[in-house]
Design a protein around this ligand. Structure first.
Ligand SMILES: Cc1ncc(COP(=O)(O)O)c(C=O)c1O
Length: 388
């Protein structure tokens, strides 16, 4: 048994991260992807020791790749060559820099909306590449790739890269081996680079298998960008890892990614990532059990109190992609629940064209907070129906 625990609301209010400061104290924040957990004890101890020693200089990242390798091999049977790992500050930096280094101006990058909103800005405004959205489709049970549309998009000569998100934010899909093989063969046929954002990979639930993209793509041009930041709640410490799928990609990244970016990881982030990957698995296993429990609790609460709200159970992580369309709200559901329920969600339309009528809810919080969130949302809906 690990020392996992949720943090109570009074204590969460003492936090000063963006989740807890962006809204007034009468609002319950269930938006940005931070979790309301206490850190795993080995991580707290490592960070405490570093702070006590004044060990807060520039990062020594040589061991980060090895630590990732230990975790990846035991968890996913993925043999990571640490010489192909480039630590950077965060996953979006890694994604943006990989696209800049490995594609050319004018190239198009495929994404699958609804998707993590910074994908749009990173492709267009950071990498300055063209965006080609191939929306996921709802098959009645889950979101899946639109294979014909993917074929068409990859066949277009201007398509030079695919920015994949697996596990997928916000839908919670973890692409299975067969889906990844489809992508790999398409990429191979058309010479398209795959940049796989796998930041949520360690949060894949135990009844689902996460397949690292680089275990399927062989020596083809591909990159995985991964981090301990979501699974162990370390986003503010800044350490992600770009893993090159081939020696050629590794050499290009080393030569083309600016040195200040290659030295951009935070020292505390590197220390925390090493401990997370090598000593954090029992805590992680407990977290995953808790998250799956919270996902089911949220479904049960909604079915009882606001049955108009539904979501497909995610296969990883802690984000519910709430279908609010049955409520027939006049505008953005997140704005409605903020104004009438004092609950802060992520706005669905920011995730792309398929996001209208949706909102994203972060359920990585205690059962007590989750109960209060749903009670507030239910009373907001009840008050709206009373007016209508
Ligand atoms: C899919 C995805 N990619 C990237 C990020 C951002 O990661 P980072 O803070 O490491 O840039 C997030 C954050 O929630 C995410 O969900």
């Amino acid at each position: 048994m690990s020392d996992f625990s949720w943090v109570p609301l009074e204590e969460l209010r003492l936090r000063s991260s963006v989740k807890w400061r962006a809204y007034s104290p009468d609002v319950i924040p269930v938006w940005v992807a931070e979790m309301d957990v206490r850190l795993a004890t080995p991580i707290t101890e490592r960070l405490r020791r570093a702070v006590e020693l004044g060990d807060t200089g520039y990062a020594w990242t040589a061991e980060v790749g090895e630590a990732l390798g230990v975790f990846a091999a035991t968890r996913w049977n993925w043999i990571v060559d640490s010489a192909r790992v480039m630590p950077v500050a965060d996953v979006l930096t890694g994604v943006g820099q990989a696209l800049i280094a490995l594609t050319e101006p004018g190239d198009a990058v495929v994404i699958n909306s609804p998707v993590y909103p910074p994908f749009f800005t990173t492709v267009q405004h950071v990498a300055r590449r063209e965006l080609r959205d191939v929306p996921l489709v709802w098959d009645g049970q889950r979101y899946v790739l639109d294979r014909e549309a993917m074929e068409r998009a990859f066949a277009d000569p201007s398509t030079r890269a695919y920015l994949m998100c697996s596990p997928h934010n916000p839908t919670g899909r973890v692409f299975d081996r067969e889906e990844l093989r489809f992508i790999a063969s398409l990429a191979d046929r058309h010479g398209v680079l795959v940049v796989a954002d796998e930041i949520h990979a360690p949060t894949t639930y135990p009844d689902r298998a996460f397949v690292p993209y680089l275990t399927v793509s062989g020596d083809a041009p591909a990159v995985s960008v991964i981090s301990a930041s979501k699974a162990w709640n370390l986003a503010g410490l800044k350490c992600a890892q770009v893993v090159a799928g081939s020696a050629d990609v590794r050499d290009k990244l080393r030569a083309r990614v600016p040195l200040e970016v290659q030295h951009g990881a935070g020292h505390l982030g590197a220390l925390a990532a090493i401990v997370a990957y090598t000593e954090g698995t029992s805590w992680l296993d407990e977290l995953l059990e808790q998250l799956q429990g919270q996902s089911m609790r949220l479904r049960a609460l909604m079915a009882k109190q606001v049955p108009q709200l539904t979501f497909a159970p995610p296969e990883a992580s802690f984000l519910a992609w709430l279908d609010c369309r049955a409520l027939e709200l006049p505008g953005d559901p997140a704005a409605f629940f903020l104004a009438h329920g004092q609950v802060a969600l992520n706005s669905g339309p920011t995730f792309g064209p398929g996001g209208a009528g949706f909102a994203r809810l972060n359920f990585a919080t205690s059962p007590e907070v989750l109960d209060e969130v749903v009670a507030r949302m239910a009373s907001a809906v009840a008050s709206q129906s009373a007016i209508a």
